[in-house]
Design a protein around this ligand. Sequence first.
Ligand SMILES: Cc1ncc(COP(=O)(O)O)c(C=O)c1O
Length: 378
Amino acid sequence: MRASRVIVDLAAIRANVESLIAVAAPSRVMVVVKANGYGHGAVRVAEAALSAGAHGLCVALVQEGVELRRAGIEAPILVLSEQPRDQVGELVAHGLIATAYSVAFIDALADEARRRDVVGQEVHLKVDTGMNRVGARPDSAVELGGRVLARSPQLSLGGVFTHLACADDVRSTVTSEQVRRFDAVIDDLRRAGVDPGWLHVANSAGTIAHPDTRRDMVRVGIAVYGIAPDTAMEDACSMIRPAASLVSRVSFVKRVNAGDGISYGHRHHVERATTVATVPIGYADGVPRRLSAVGGTVLIGGRHRRILGVVTMDQLMVDMGDDSCAVGDEVVLIGAQGDERITANQWGTALDTIGYEIVCGLSARLPRVYVGDDADAQ
Ligand SMILES: Cc1ncc(COP(=O)(O)O)c(C=O)c1O
């Protein structure tokens, strides 16, 4: 197996889920495992989350739900958006919960359920209260809710939800406006005699920073992985810890002369003679090419070491100065070594993005190694 790998601590996933369950109580917790569990491995994360007490799981794609079902997971799985027509059969066949916000999709779902003799296919209605991505307009919610009811017995309205656009910005007034619109929709539905089922609004930031967004259920993603939704929320997230580390080992060591250029384009020339260590991980693994240009470091021997020159597809170079270093020495790109730590959010800040994009960008080429399994603890 490659020396470069993602180490996922399942004990951290379980502990984070338990902490989030305590924060969200009495709301139920759905754990979001789309995008291969934010790069951590959907099946293993899902199993750990369910063993820690999560009520169910959320995915973005039918194929992601099918992967969980094929792994033997029987918990509720909500697909967070409407899906292409050619996916509806698989959605119904695997007992996934559908999200709907259009007449055409509700009808397609009902037709598929009838064809397959499925009774009570669960549907959650998604209302767009301000994200402006997907969802029904608030003024069409009653009509759509009625449409689901009219397709009884094929369909059952299991819930109504919305997604927050700015919950990670605690000063923003957008969240309270979204909640106000959501509550108005729920009032309209109830007045029209439609039981909306489970209500859910909060993502991680909502769950942690906006108690009024915790309704019957919350949908937490990034916090499960131990990453604060925003660096300004780090203090509020002291009850979670990062689950993933990105590590490698030095593959080559050499001495270079003052003035030598390093890596493609020789964008960096060393000022004085120095020891350069090569690490076998690159942008094809999800380490951005320009990480060096924004002051990126790795940890070797318990200290930060600057990345020299552009990150190449499969390898990068770091400055060891006059410190000794040998092939096989441990390299930490994300995670802790000695007293030092590098986080996904630090990469995100330096690269003008967010920790989410960093962990989701760790490519399939990197093996995932799991530690802290329930089985290990016995
Ligand atoms: C609809 C929906 N709900 C919940 C989440 C989870 O968000 P977070 O990872 O910020 O907790 C996402 C993630 O993007 C989402 O798209």
